[in-house]
Design a binder for this molecule. Structure first.
Ligand code: LMG
Ligand code: NDP
Ligand code: PMR
Length: 384
């Protein structure tokens, strides 16, 4: 598949070929069978090796400890619909989790929880608007005041503005997609890291939802406009559309690209957290592509024809489609499954819904870009 042969990195090329069984989706059939060669390229690629270092054994609860495990507390951003709601439901119904639904629309979240049948004692809705740093700080203050421990944080909320002709901006003046999906979550995760450190839960996790569309080592990631952070001059300039571009790479505004760029930031951020904090804290840092959940609110801004054709296209042609329910089970696994404690991993699932460690594109695993975004973002959110 010519579209996929974009990487000059041998490791990627190998993965790429595996990925390209029709439309890049069911790559895992090969990966499952060919487990040894997967291990091999983990060893051969320095970046990969760094990115998948394992969680210390101390973090994995013994069978004895599990029996006395207290109820975990998980914060899920954007739990009022789609993947976030389905994950909240999946975790709440185990009775082992209290879900903090961190949402911008309080009433919508309450209604969603009720109509999904989540029982009252298993969730709390707390207000969070990721497009405002004040709101993020207020949420963190409210959460700390609640006195609950923080065991798992799931950065799930996102906006996608594919038809916007002009950029719109967060309360703090950053282009809305990157401002919400990346900067809002970056500030949130940084401010809550100490709470996670303090938690005595045996498997603490910080999960940031990524996507295939930000990974240019797949067919889906090659559908224009492609993600590309360039030299990040726009981000460094503040993404304000006035004295700097509203796009990370400094180019003309494109809403679909801004979303994909924001997902690259999400995936890079997860790895940078891993490098900076995993060893010291034992926290598992992970990202994932849950599958194409073609029916969610994410596509609300797309044209009606797209919304009509997209689900059958994904179901019958690419076979990348997953239901909201199934996607929720997948993310719930990353939150609580004892077999998914490895840190620095980008999880995906094959057609039989078996999880596997997927490979990120060259850009989405670029160590120096991750570090640069971290440093620029720290300044933009007021932490440095
Ligand atoms: C861009 O346009 C905008 O330019 C950009 O601003 C932004 O909005 C961006 O991502 C958002 O979109 C994308 C535009 C061009 O695509 C569309 O608007 C149409 C999308 C349609 C998606 C669904 C297609 C549905 C097809 C019919 C399905 C029917 C289902 C029936 C069920 C079935 C039964 C059995 O689109 C492109 O980007 C085109 C360029 C793609 C290049 C890469 C892909 C090459 C791969 C070739 C394989 C193609 C085969 C698939 C097509 C199937 C068609 C039948
Ligand atoms: P939805 O639109 O259904 O869910 C997004 C959630 O984010 C909503 O609850 C929304 O709130 C919330 N949100 C948006 N803006 C803000 C904000 N400023 N502050 C707080 N919350 C906000 O989409 P999905 O469930 O599909 O998306 C969830 C995640 O999955 C995203 O990270 C997305 O990138 C990712 N993803 C989705 C895929 C898909 O195919 N759908 C594929 C790959 C990844 P409200 O209900 O108020 O609008
Ligand atoms: Mg894509 C090869 C399989 C595949 C997969 C798994 C996805 C996932 N897409 C695939 C292929 C294609 N898409 C092809 C061949 C086309 C051209 C017809 C195509 C088009 C397309 C559009 C226009 N796809 C899209 C859009 C969107 O607007 C969605 C998007 O980019 O949102 C950022 C999207 C998506 N395709 C996916 C997934 C998971 C999405 C959406 C969500 C996301 O990444 O968060």
């Amino acid at each position: 598949m010519a579209l996929q042969a974009t990487s000059s990195f041998a490791v990627h090329r190998e993965v790429t070929l595996k990925d390209s069984s029709l439309f890049g989706v069911p790559l895992s059939t090969h990966l499952k069978v060919d487990f040894t060669s997967r291990k091999e390229f983990n060893q051969r690629g320095a970046l990969k090796t760094q990115a998948v270092a394992t969680t210390p054994a101390a973090n994995i609860a013994s069978t004895g400890a599990k029996k006395t495990l207290r109820k975990g507390t998980v914060i899920i951003t954007g739990a009022s619909s789609g993947l976030g709601l389905a994950t909240a439901k999946s975790l709440a119904e185990t009775g082992k989790w209290h879900v903090i639904m961190a949402c911008r629309d309080f009433l919508k979240a309450e209604r969603a929880a009720k109509s999904s049948g989540i029982s009252k004692e298993n969730y709390t809705v707390m207000h969070l608007d990721l497009s405002s740093f004040d709101s993020v700080r207020q949420f963190v203050g409210n959460f700390k005041q609640s006195g609950r421990p923080l065991d798992v944080l799931v950065c799930n909320a996102a906006v996608y503005l594919p038809t916007a002709k002009e950029p719109t901006f967060t309360a703090d003046g950053f282009e809305l997609s990157v401002g919400t999906n990346h900067l809002g979550h970056f500030l949130l995760a940084r401010l809550l890291l100490d709470d996670m450190k303090k938690s005595d839960y045996p498997s603490k996790r910080l999960i940031i939802v990524g996507s295939i569309t930000g990974n240019t080592n797949t067919l889906a990631g090659n559908v224009p406009p492609k993600a590309n952070l360039g030299d990040m001059r726009g981000l460094a300039g503040g993404l304000n559309g006035l004295n700097s571009s509203a796009m990370i790479d400094g180019g003309d505004f494109d809403g679909a690209k801004a979303y994909k760029d924001s997902k690259v930031c999400n995936m890079l951020m997860m790895q940078e957290f891993h490098r900076r904090f995993h060893e010291e804290t034992g926290i598992t840092f992970a990202s994932l592509y849950p599958g194409c959940i073609a029916t969610t609110g994410l596509f609300r801004e797309h044209i009606p024809l797209f919304r009509l054709l997209f689900p059958p296209f994904q179901k019958y042609i690419t076979k990348g489609y997953v239901s909201e329910d199934e996607s929720g089970k997948r993310l719930a696994q990353v939150v609580s499954d004892p077999s998914l404690t490895k840190s620095g991993v980008y999880w995906s699932w094959n057609n039989n819904s078996a999880s596997f460690e997927n490979q990120l594109s060259e850009e989405a695993s670029d160590v120096s870009k991750a570090q640069k975004i971290w440093e620029i973002s720290e300044k933009l959110v007021g932490l440095a």
